[in-house]
Design a protein around this ligand. Structure first.
Ligand code: HH2
Length: 283
């Protein structure tokens, strides 16, 4: 069975892993402002660990559609104090960033994983990963950029396009000398895709697995979940009322072969996966 090689940990992916989201931001789409200072972000890290998170994912810039870019000094000021403490919590620490300067700074602090929604397309980012001996990396597919992605989502069948993009991104990184055991791929649910394209990426997730890398997916509280839950209501439920729908999507993703799920609601996801494992491992 595969494992994900990261700075300090080889994460065994025989068991599906839960990555808990820690947004140190004032404006994230579902929990913006709730953990915006370092002390409350750290308390949130500890809470997620008590709930059973296997990995922490710390981010200092929202990528919700239309979100403003965060200047480098601001992102560093948000993320570094949290990462400095989180690396002492005995759990793999991932940092959600696209900026090479932030990547280099968090690796200096001992971070284990770089999670990049831009798949290392910012100049200098791939060099930071290739220049590090061991960090893990998550390469995610995004169509266009957070400012424009929902105004003009992808056209046509998203599945082969996402697969081709991710395969190329992984191969380009390996060509720089990064071993494939350090790489996981993510289809980027909600990043420039229609609701139908997002659900096609779940229904046909096996096509993405054909690339041969572990898959990480993030359905948590996203607008496609809201759309599925809306029914005849005039508006979708707000993000915090999408928990059960999000857990259902995470579970379906794991059943279809995803190895890591990135979630806000760790306790609920861990419970669902515990039940899933009872059946999967014993019968
Ligand atoms: N989604 C978000 C952010 N980072 N990283 C990966 N690998 N996959 C994802 O699906 C993904 C991600 C968006 O969710 P969230 O962090 O909750 O919101 P925001 O970007 O508004 O902070």
């Amino acid at each position: 069975m595969s494992c994900w090689k990261t700075t300090r940990y080889e994460i065994d992916l025989a068991r599906p892993r839960v990555m808990g989201i820690v947004n140190v931001t004032p404006d994230s789409f579902s929990d913006g402002g709730r953990h915006a200072d370092a002390a409350s972000a750290l308390r949130h890290c500890e809470q997620l660990l008590r709930e059973g998170a296997d990995i922490l994912d710390i981010g200092g810039e929202s990528t919700r559609p239309g979100s403003p870019a965060v200047p480098l000094h601001e992102e560093l000021a948000r993320v570094l104090p949290v990462v400095r403490e989180a690396v002492g919590l005995n759990v793999p620490v991932s940092v959600d960033t696209a900026k090479p300067e932030v990547m280099a700074a968090v690796l200096d602090l001992g971070a284990d994983i770089l999670n990049d929604v831009w798949a290392l397309r910012w100049p200098g980012a791939a060099e930071v990963v290739a220049g590090h001996p061991a960090c893990g990396v998550c390469l995610m597919h995004m169509h266009r950029d957070p400012q424009t992605m929902q105004a003009a989502p992808m056209a046509g069948d998203a599945v082969p396009q996402v697969l081709l993009f991710l395969e190329r991104a992984a191969q380009a990184l390996q060509a720089r000398g990064v071993h494939r055991s350090r790489i996981v791929l993510d289809p980027g649910i909600g990043f420039g895709k229609t609701v139908a394209q997002n659900f096609a990426l779940l229904a046909r997730q096996d096509e993405l697995l054909a690339a041969g890398y572990p898959l990480l997916v993030g359905w948590s509280r996203k607008s496609s979940i809201g759309a599925a839950l809306q029914g005849d209501a005039p508006a979708p439920p707000p993000p915090e009322a999408r928990v059960a729908g999000s857990v259902a999507a995470a579970l379906m993703a794991v059943e279809r072969g995803a190895r890591i799920v990135r979630v806000h609601d760790v306790r609920e996801t861990v419970q669902a996966l515990a039940v899933w494992r009872q059946v999967r491992e014993n019968y």
